[in-house]
Design a protein around this ligand. Structure first.
Ligand code: CTP
Length: 405
């Protein structure tokens, strides 16, 4: 989402990690970014420009003096076109030139003409990376506002272990998305603190058994990401095993009680609470401290359940400036029950969905929901991905809060 329609100037310099950059570029394109590539001469010794040309569907810039269009100066043109400049892999040599302000080839000239944010992925020999000169150059670039990805420590092309390895694509893309968000000033939820709950709580019976439900946490995790992409400071309280981006503060919980405590602790300083978790209404009254044994002389056993705190209802009672969003998972009479919960829990918005159907709801990628607001708005969202629903929901909240986009 963050990379969609972004103009990314990709500067490729001469290191053995180039073959990994090809894949990185494909990920950027798949995420909707427009990529233009410039390479140094030494970069072309490792991979031919043709690879980048075919994948970016655009000519690769190589030479400052091969000006094909008399009306434009190519390296300045590329700099002006750029939303974000990425140098990957960045060699010690190019990093040094950038720090000193050199403009002795297409890459360094265009970088010097770039006013937009700069994202650098160093990859080199461990001794070159640790050298004081390189470290000082990196510090200089950071001081000027550039983002420098920390290289991995691991097996280097030289055949030994060390720091300097080009990191996994996934981490680079994640850090790039974070950098774009942090360097975009006008996101609507900047300054907002959002608390999102996700997943199905686990109520322990004994050390190896628990009661839970079918909730996967996909919706809650997607909501946390959508809010983060709109600039919010997000805390995700989750009972799900799903991963969350590093920039989202993630609190892992099991039971409804743990979830309650995690939310209650943070509620006062929260602006928006979105309770998408499937919280168990009942917990086990007496959790056994050792594994329960099979009852030999009885065909039935019973486990006593005790009511759990209703997190959302309690927050509804405590609410001051907070905007509260609840979920209602119903098998029948969707609208009636959703409206009832909206009122009883003092919510500003409720997302209602039908459960008990195989093609939507719990543990699948798609869902179909209706959003009801306390001011009697009703938005029906036809079946779509949970990711899309998350974005629509966040947009609706922005609209309800009358935040200017
Ligand atoms: N919820 C909560 N704490 C609970 C139970 C539910 O915070 N102990 C929240 C859920 O996260 C959801 C909303 O309340 O946002 C509605 O949950 P749901 O279980 O559908 O409603 P209940 O009030 O428990 O009513 P019922 O189970 O009878 O439908």
């Amino acid at each position: 989402m963050m990379l969609k329609d972004k103009n990314i100037a990709l500067y490729v310099t001469g290191g053995i990690a180039i073959y990994k950059v090809v894949d990185f570029m494909r990920t950027l394109i798949k995420k909707g970014a427009k990529v233009r590539v410039a390479m140094t001469k030494s970069a072309t010794e490792f991979v031919t420009p043709l690879t980048f040309q075919i994948l970016s569907q655009h000519e690769v810039h190589l030479d400052t003096f091969s000006e094909k269009d008399p009306e434009h100066v190519a390296h300045v043109d590329l700099a002006d076109w750029t939303d974000i400049a990425v140098v990957a892999p960045a060699t010690a040599n190019t990093i040094a030139k950038m720090a000193a302000g050199f403009a002795d080839n297409f890459v360094t000239s265009s970088l010097l003409a770039t006013k937009q944010p700069l994202f650098i992925v160093p990859a080199m020999n461990t001794d070159m990376f640790n050298h004081e000169a390189t470290q000082e150059n990196i510090q200089t670039l950071k001081k000027r506002g550039a983002y420098v990805v920390e290289p991995d420590t691991g097996f280097l092309a030289e055949g030994y272990e060390g720091k300097g390895r080009y990191p996994e694509n996934e981490r680079i893309v994640e850090e790039l998305e974070q950098f774009i968000i942090s360097s975009t000033a006008d996101l609507p939820l900047k300054g907002y603190k959002i608390l999102v709950s996700a997943g199905g709580t686990k109520e322990r019976i004994d050390p190896v058994r628990y009661i839970t439900n079918d909730s996967s946490g996909k919706t809650g995790h997607a909501i946390a990401e959508a809010a983060y992409q709109k600039g919010a400071e997000v805390t995700l309280v989750t009972a799900s095993e799903l991963k969350a981006p590093q920039a989202i503060q993630t609190v892992r919980v099991d039971s409804a009680k743990e979830m309650y405590e995690a939310i209650d602790e943070r509620f006062a300083e929260t602006n928006i609470l979105i309770m998408s978790a499937a919280v168990s209404d009942y917990g086990v009254a007496h959790t056994a401290t050792s594994k329960m044994k099979k009852e030999r002389d009885s065909e039935t056993v019973s486990i006593e359940l005790a009511e759990n705190p209703d997190i959302l209802k309690t927050m509804g009672q405590k609410k001051e400036q907070q905007f509260l969003v609840g979920f209602a998972a119903e098998t029948d009479e969707l609208e009636k029950y959703a409206q009832k919960k909206l009122q009883e829990k003092h919510l500003d918005m409720i997302v209602a969905n039908e459960v008990g159907r195989a093609d939507r709801g719990f543990n699948v990628d798609d869902n179909q929901v209706i959003i009801f607001t306390s001011d009697h708005d009703k938005i029906e969202i036809p079946k779509t991905s949970k990711k899309n629903i998350a974005h629509i929901l966040i947009d609706k909240i922005v609209q309800e809060l009358e935040i200017e986009e």
